[in-house]
Design a protein around this ligand. Structure first.
Ligand SMILES: Cc1cc2nc3c(=O)[nH]c(=O)nc-3n(C[C@H](O)[C@H](O)[C@H](O)COP(=O)(O)O)c2cc1C
Length: 167
């Protein structure tokens, strides 16, 4: 898929079919994570692949109960001693989602967790933060492809904040 089309058509999805995602696609998603750049190339992040404990993952969440219906999930751990660790998390999240969507696999993300329970259930070391969780699977229906987004004219300024203009 063309890179721009992949970005333009990717939606965050919270409902998945029962169809299994082949392990080759899971590998691609994890490779996309590995290949993503981190600030100072620290590669401080770690990833936990969850396939057998999706129900537990959902129970430990406050905003991602839908992950129980995913085929697999990836917990992104980042090290908060780097002040850019959240930027790194955002980059890797999007790369994994786009890599998956390139193969027709959809995904959703969540950040809300019951932290103590989550840390204990997934053996998260204290120096790492469970920053974001992604759930992946095949869609149950064809995606409508409609995004609710502000217009470029509202978001982009020319040279200085507030200057509206044409490209
Ligand atoms: C930093 C971040 C945190 C998010 N947290 C949650 C979450 O906790 N639960 C959830 O269901 N979706 C979560 N989302 C998904 C957003 O709701 C979604 O990206 C947004 O509605 C746009 O969706 P669309 O691309 O399908 O239009 C999060 C997204 C981001 C970028």
């Amino acid at each position: 898929m063309d890179a721009f089309d992949c970005i333009a058509t990717k939606l965050d999805v919270r409902e998945f079919s029962r169809q299994k995602v082949p392990s080759e696609i899971k590998s691609k998603v994890l490779e996309a994570a590995r290949l993503t750049g981190t600030g100072l190339n620290t590669q401080h992040w770690r990833f936990i692949l969850v396939q057998d404990n999706l129900k537990r993952l959902a129970d430990d969440s406050t905003s991602g109960g839908w992950v129980s219906g995913a085929d697999f999930a990836v917990i992104v751990l980042t090290n908060p001693k780097y002040n850019f660790h959240m930027i790194d998390a955002g980059r890797v999240m999007q790369n994994m989602q786009l890599a998956a969507w390139n193969y027709g696999v959809v995904s959703g993300v969540f950040t809300g967790i019951k932290e103590a329970q989550f840390r204990s259930d997934f053996a998260i070391p204290k120096e790492l933060n469970p920053t974001i969780v992604l759930g992946f699977g095949y869609p149950v229906r064809k995606l409508a492809g409609k995004k609710s987004r502000m217009a470029l004219g509202e978001l982009v300024f020319m040279e200085k904040y507030g200057n509206k203009g044409q490209l």
